[in-house]
Design a protein around this ligand. Structure first.
Ligand code: URA
Length: 233
């Protein structure tokens, strides 16, 4: 059971203080009965909540995409450096979101944030083969030999063998599609073929492409069809 003001606050409709006033004024009903005490406890998964007679949809799990800029770290907290969590608007900071996997500080692009641990595991686990597509610029041109090496499975300098990946060479830039997310994976794969990365941007996770998302202040809540796209092969 959860306090009703917390449930409404998690929906992001107003600040906690405003919500308490809204509740006290009798505008919120639970199963058709007005509730005026902000400290009342409800089960948000079964209670039918309305505000001014209009239904409020409670979602336990929330899914967001961010167009991560360069220069911020993908971590939930850091004393000194700016993190992706610092970029969230105040109402989303309350949702216990965490980043799904990591992008390096100097990598930009598509980053998912959620409060659903099982979903995050499905996206990250190499067993699920959720593809991640990157645009890379390299010091030196990539070519068909590099593409073949990626398709066979690159052995990194420390001996770690990567799953087969796709590399589409376009001179100084290339597209790389991987199915796993080892530490500095794309940079290390390209370094292993002698083409150090100078720019890296994630363009897609599964079939969810960054160019199809409408970001507002760099963040976008994903709809159920958009979430499904992540798992489309
Ligand atoms: N691979 C990398 O090397 N860096 C990233 O940020 C993501 C994938």
């Amino acid at each position: 059971m959860t306090r009703i003001d917390k449930v409404l606050s998690d929906l992001g409709i107003a600040s906690r203080k405003e919500i308490r006033q809204i509740i006290r004024s009798g505008r919120v009903s639970v199963d058709g009965i007005p509730v005026t005490a902000p400290e009342s406890r409800i089960d948000p998964e079964i209670a039918r909540l309305t505000l001014d007679g209009k239904p409020l949809e409670y979602r336990k799990f929330r899914y967001f995409a961010m167009d991560k800029p360069e220069g911020v770290i993908t971590s939930s907290e850091d004393g000194k450096q700016k993190t992706v969590m610092d970029l969230l608007p105040a109402e989303l900071k309350k949702l216990d979101l965490f980043p799904v996997g990591r992008l390096d500080k100097d990598t930009s692009g598509l980053l998912l944030l959620t409060n659903d641990g099982e979903f995050a595991h499905r996206v990250i686990s190499p067993k699920q083969h959720v593809t991640k597509e990157y645009y890379a610029e390299t010091d030196g041109d990539t070519d068909a030999h590099d593409a073949e090496a990626f398709a066979r499975g690159i052995t990194l300098k420390d001996g770690l063998v990567c799953l087969p990946a796709e590399l589409i060479p376009q001179g100084r830039s290339c597209t790389v599609i991987v199915q796993e997310g080892k530490y500095h994976q794309v940079k290390r794969m390209l370094a292993a073929v002698g083409k150090p990365v100078t720019v890296l941007r994630r363009l897609a996770i599964g079939a969810l492409r960054i160019e199809n998302l409408r970001f507002e202040n760099g963040i976008c809540e994903l709809s159920p069809p958009q979430i499904s796209q992540i798992f489309i092969k």
